[in-house]
Write a protein that binds this ligand. Structure first.
Ligand SMILES: *Cc1c(COP(=O)(O)O)cnc(C)c1O
Length: 377
């Protein structure tokens, strides 16, 4: 057996739409496919305004620019996340204050938020780990009380919900990723900025278009365009938007297949979880499952390391995930020294199993059989 951890999925229409984009003769950003994708997100999820970006990291950087941070302003970010969640705000001169995860799942623990807030706190950045919602009512209540902005890092959270509300629609701003490891890809790299608060719409378009009011010019709202603010080049090419469009057209099928694989893992591994070998993903009542990831949490680092080694020897690409950012080489000397035990536990004990569209139920059977054999001896 040789099963990779991830394999990007093609729906079959990607090359067709990419060719259409080429034939249309306009390949730079903000063309027909970009507009089509953005309109799709706005209609399906009720996002106020969306802008495609070249990556999820770029969408987070746009969020950070829109927050207009001053040196010394503080941004609360979970430590158990991808580098970009913190980096986007650090680049804008903010101090990142790392938060611990919950015991039940790796999401930021909303009950600890009050203890992290100071007069300098400006933003909270919940990350919906594995596409499972953070407790957004609790987070939004703290934000409202202290007049903070909320930026959802929804990189993994496409087509997932909190109490019936789409993730990415609750905070003032949100970022999605279409990297090849996510459920939907824009051809390897891609992202989406979501603006839910009207106040940020105009400036988001300007930042997206290198600090110019070009978007307004193209809509005929001004008769010339020029440099009006900060910005950068955050637009993806039409080739990437065309690729993304082929995936969006098939999103229901992609999500249904992933969910079926996820549930198959869950059922097959439940007896071992009940025996205490490891714990499985815990979905709170308020969250849906977009089947972004299937993970197990082991009792300790040694168990996890031996488990990954065993699967690797049997041709299965199981992998661990984040190292806590507060103890990373780059950040550890800047961290305020608080211990974040849950983040460290996930860093040491979590394993992700292969989960991608082209995986079959029979392959999940083979993987879970291997795991059962491991615990039979
Ligand atoms: C993937 C990911 C990102 C970054 O997205 P890119 O498109 O790879 O730049 C940021 N945050 C989280 C939580 C992610 O999973």
């Amino acid at each position: 057996m040789s099963l990779p951890f991830n394999k990007p999925h093609l729906t079959g229409k990607e090359a067709h739409y990419m060719y259409q984009a080429v034939l249309a003769g306009k390949l730079s950003g903000n063309g027909e496919f970009t507009k089509r994708c953005q309109a799709w997100f706005e209609a399906r999820y009720g996002f106020r305004k969306t802008l495609l970006t070249t990556s999820g990291t770029d969408a987070l950087e746009m969020c950070a620019m829109l927050c207009e941070l001053k040196p010394g302003d503080e941004v609360i970010v979970p430590s158990y996340t991808f580098v970009s969640t913190a980096l986007a705000f650090l680049r804008e001169g903010a101090n990142v204050v790392f938060a611990d995860s919950m015991k039940r799942n790796p999401n930021l623990d909303a009950e600890l938020l009050e203890s992290l807030i100071t007069p300098r706190t400006r933003v909270i950045v919940p990350v919906h780990y594995a596409g499972v919602a953070c407790d957004m009512d609790a987070i939004m209540a703290v934000a409202e009380k202290h007049h903070l902005l909320v930026v959802e890092d929804a990189a993994q959270a496409i087509d997932s919900y909190y109490k019936g509300k789409p993730l990415g629609s609750i905070g003032h701003l949100a970022a999605f990723s279409f990297h090849e490891t996510k459920n939907i890809t824009a051809g390897g790299e891609g992202g989406l900025l979501v603006v839910n608060d009207e106040r940020f719409v105009r400036r988001a378009e300007i930042i997206w278009e290198k600090g110019t009011n070009r978007a307004e010019f193209f809509r005929g709202e001004v008769n010339k365009y020029g440099w009006v603010d900060m910005g950068s080049s955050f637009l993806p090419s039409e080739v990437n938007a065309a690729f993304l469009w082929a995936q969006l057209e098939n999103i229901d099928e992609i999500q249904a297949k992933r969910r079926q694989l996820w549930e198959h893992y869950y059922e097959r591994l439940l007896p071992l979880a009940q025996r205490g070998c490891f714990s499985m993903p815990d979905l709170p009542d308020y969250a849906t499952n977009n089947a972004h990831m299937f993970y197990l949490v082991f009792p300790d680092y040694e168990h996890r390391t031996a488990f990954i080694k065993y699967l690797k020897e049997n041709g299965v690409g199981a992998v661990f995930h984040y190292l806590s950012l507060h103890s990373s080489e780059y950040y550890k000397s800047r961290h305020d020294g608080r211990e974040l035990p849950e983040c460290d536990r996930y860093a040491d004990c979590l394993v992700r199993l292969p989960l991608f569209y082209d995986l079959s139920l029979e392959e999940v059977d083979k993987i879970t059989d291997l795991i059962h054999q491991y615990y039979a001896t």
